[in-house]
Design a protein around this ligand. Structure first.
Ligand code: 26V
Length: 751
């Protein structure tokens, strides 16, 4: 049967007679059927990538591309007066992740499948992903984000496991999402759901009874853990995930002939941040239950598990209350205490203990002692782990530390998101770069070819026009495609410093009003969700939204400056924003952003980075060279020596422009358009605390950004920078990253 016949069989009628949603569901069936025909390569050892988040985005186009039928399906639909992009709009994005960490896990699944590794992902089936964000009165509001549908991508495997919460038992059900690799192979994403789930306990907005674990366990992604109930629910979620995972891993290993003493020869478990770290005591528990003695179980599990660290921010490193753990998961706590005892016998340095004086369990510490590998996610980040954040561990276990610079899947972030650029590169280089991203380097040969540079610039302009149409249609926002698109899209967090960008925009607005016009008119675009309980982050959103109204109301200034905050930033709109970006804002306080992956996506799509020497920006700089990136601000070394004694007052007192911009936050015009309490609180925060030293870097940021806007006027020189960024982005393919994980950590071996 050909594709048309298959689709019409599912539809029970012709394509022309069918609605978009019906066609969407039949395409899902088609993809799943074709994926299921593929084989997963068998090796003795199998990888399990365990993560509390998989931010997979819409799957339809990506799967059609990887299955090699995208063009055929598009054509077929066109012949029947249907549009693939309209059908794609019927798909609801599953927002099963907060940001970079979850999106990384999704990119990794694509690469694990593409490289034909014997590996699956394991996570939780949240019925509601991250909240949906909208703006009211210039403030963020959160509503539930339902995404599951009767006939979607999820496949009920029929597999169930029993999870024991200190005597109270729950049943976990395993669902699969098939992950076809590019052109061949298949991996699976196993998502566990609690059988007794009840969506009816959601009350208002995203509120629900946090204590009713049987009904709520897999209801939401990372519910707010700023209160005790929320934190308990998080512990329940994590244990539910790892207990189901451990049972699956042991079962599959035994089926392949493992006697469990040698589990490490049959399984490699990659722990994505500390959220799945309880898999360590859980595997030890299961091995002991199967008759292996405790010491041997520890040894085997230690050779099976590897941990990835994704942040040096102390508040993001999980420390669970041991008393609460004792109450809810006594068996886990008993094992963790034994693991801690072993550490205490061996080391006198308290930094290395798993349990601290307040009986808090330091999950990262447990994962480092009882795993065989710890990796950071960019060179600078790994160095910071070794020399400061985890220095005591580095001294104890230097051989365990390694770096794996993050990557992104080029299938989604180039082939899918930017078909025009993909097509043009294929004309120049042939199709091989689609499998081997390092071949993009071949573009450098065209760096002085004016017709190629013009085409690069045209493609960018076309993508900007598409974004313009989307903003007009979806959000009733109008932008000028001939202005420079300056984009900052990422979670809202003080360390990422959206506030620094906002202060720049205030200063620019005031300059324009004085008659000092920018070299090119600017469209500043933001996209960011703030954690519901994160007041300072919400204040920053409020500042930007209020400022955008004030600028919009100024007939003169609005000709040169437009500020856009698109609501509900997610994978789907990232795919529209990134190909249209001119300036990629990567302006975190040096040392705080572990890697960043948006920086890689924008670089790949020919945006020029404006960044600090932080995370993977450092590696971007050495790949593209100083002419093709704009670096500003203090280095991580300088920050380390200054941050403790830093006083923002000394900066603004000596910088009249900066103090004028800060004063503007609470000027009558702003207070009129916004909320007095929020604006005043933010102004005090910035001028008196400024924890992430935005004011310290302001002058250099302003100078560097102005230079960039000036340089943008030379269209040929700018197009060359674009080309050089795309040409040198091959290193950031997640295929390279996954190859390194496999060579250095998993060692899955040959088929
Ligand atoms: C979370 C939180 C939540 C509580 C307040 C402070 C705080 C600070 C940081 C985080 C991030 C937690 C882990 C995470 O998502 N890390 C991200 O991982 C990406 C993939 O490796 C990486 O590119 C990002 O730089 C890193 O922030």
């Amino acid at each position: 049967m050909n594709i048309k016949e298959k689709l019409e069989k599912y539809l029970g009628k012709s394509i022309t007679e069918s609605g978009n949603k019906e066609i969407y569901f039949s395409l899902v069936k088609l993809c799943n059927e074709l994926s299921a025909e593929r084989k997963t390569p068998e090796t003795k050892k199998k990888l399990y990538y365990i993560s509390a988040e998989f931010l997979i985005g819409k799957l339809l186009s990506n799967n059609l591309i990887n299955l090699g039928i995208y063009d055929r399906v598009k054509e077929l639909l066109c012949e029947n007066k249907k549009s693939l992009s309209e059908i794609e709009e019927c798909e609801i994005e599953p927002s099963l992740g907060n940001g970079g960490l979850g999106r990384l896990a999704a990119c990794f699944m694509d690469s694990i499948a593409t490289l034909g590794l014997n590996g699956d992902g394991i996570g939780l089936l949240y019925h509601l992903g991250l909240f949906r964000q909208s703006f009211k009165n210039n403030m963020q509001t959160e509503t539930p984000d339902y995404w599951m549908e009767e006939e979607g991508w999820l496949i009920d495997t029929g597999k169930e496991y029993e999870v024991d919460f200190g005597g109270k038992k729950a049943i976990s059900k395993m669902y699969d999402i098939l992950v076809p690799g590019y052109e061949k192979n298949l991996s699976k994403l196993h998502l566990f759901d609690i059988k007794s789930i009840d969506e009816n306990i959601i009350t208002q907005g995203i509120s629900f009874d946090k204590t009713n674990i049987e009904k709520n366990l897999t209801l939401f992604l990372y519910p707010d853990d700023s209160d005790e109930d929320g934190r308990m629910l998080r512990i329940y979620q994590e244990y539910f995930m790892v207990s189901s995972a451990a049972q699956l891993i042991v079962e599959e290993a035994q089926l392949r002939g493992c006697n469990l003493y040698d589990l490490n020869e049959y399984a490699a478990v990659q722990i994505n941040d500390t959220h799945p770290a309880m898999i360590i005591p859980e595997l030890i528990r299961i091995l002991c239950e199967k008759g292996i003695d405790f010491e041997k179980a520890c040894e085997t599990v230690q050779k099976t598990c590897a941990y990835t660290n994704h942040t040096v921010m102390a508040e993001a490193l999980e420390k669970w209350n041991g008393i609460a753990l004792q109450r809810t998961l006594p068996k886990m706590m008993e094992i963790i205490e034994k693991l801690d005892e072993k550490v205490r016998k061996k080391y006198s340095n308290e930094d290395l203990y798993i349990l601290d004086d307040h009986k808090r369990v330091h999950m990262a510490n447990m994962a480092i002692h009882y795993g065989y590998s710890i990796n950071g996610v960019a060179k600078l980040h790994t160095n910071i782990l070794k020399t400061s954040a985890l220095n005591s561990f580095y001294r104890a276990y230097p051989h365990k530390f390694n770096n794996k610079t993050n990557g992104i899947t080029f299938r989604r972030w180039l082939l899918k998101a930017n078909p025009c650029l993909t097509g043009f590169i294929a004309e120049l280089l042939g199709d091989d770069f689609k499998r081997d991203a390092s071949l993009l380097k071949g573009l450098e040969a065209y760096k002085d070819d004016t017709s190629v540079l013009e085409k690069f610039a045209d493609i960018k302009l076309g993508n900007k026009r598409m974004l313009k149409e989307y903003l007009a249609k979806e959000h009733n926002i109008s932008v000028d495609e001939n202005s420079i698109f300056d984009i900052q899209i990422k979670r809202l967090h003080e360390y990422k410093r959206q506030q620094l960008n906002a202060i720049y925009l205030i200063d620019k607005f005031l300059e324009i009003k004085e008659g000092k016009l920018p070299a090119s008119s600017i469209t500043a675009i933001f996209g960011a969700k703030a954690a519901p309980s994160y007041v300072a982050a919400k204040d920053i959103i409020h500042l930007i939204l209020t400022l955008s109204k004030v600028v919009e109301n100024d007939e003169e200034a609005k000709k040169f400056l437009k500020i856009v905050f698109i609501p509900n930033y997610n994978v789907t709109n990232a795919e529209k924003l990134i190909p249209a970006c001119d300036i990629s804002e990567q302006i975190s306080l040096a040392s705080k952003e572990a890697s960043g992956t948006g920086n890689m996506k924008m670089m790949l799509n020919g945006a020029v980075t404006l960044g600090t020497l932080d995370g993977a920006n450092v590696e971007i700089e050495s790949l593209v060279g100083k002419d093709n990136i704009y670096i500003f601000g203090a280095s991580s070394g300088e920050i380390a020596t200054k941050i403790d004694s830093y006083n923002p007052k000394s900066v603004w007192e000596n910088n009249p422009r900066l103090s004028r911009a800060l004063d503007f936050i609470t000027c009558p015009e702003m207070i009129n358009a916004g909320n007095k309490e929020r604006l005043e609180r933010l102004k005090i925060n910035l001028s008196e605390s400024d924890y992430f030293m935005a004011l310290y870097d302001f002058e250099d940021y302003k100078k560097t950004k102005n230079k960039m806007i000036e340089d943008y006027k030379d269209k040929t020189a700018w197009a060359r920078k674009m080309l050089m960024n795309t040409a040198n982005s091959g290193y950031f393919s997640s295929d390279r990253t996954i190859e390194e994980y496999n060579n250095d950590i998993w060692k899955l071996g040959k088929i």
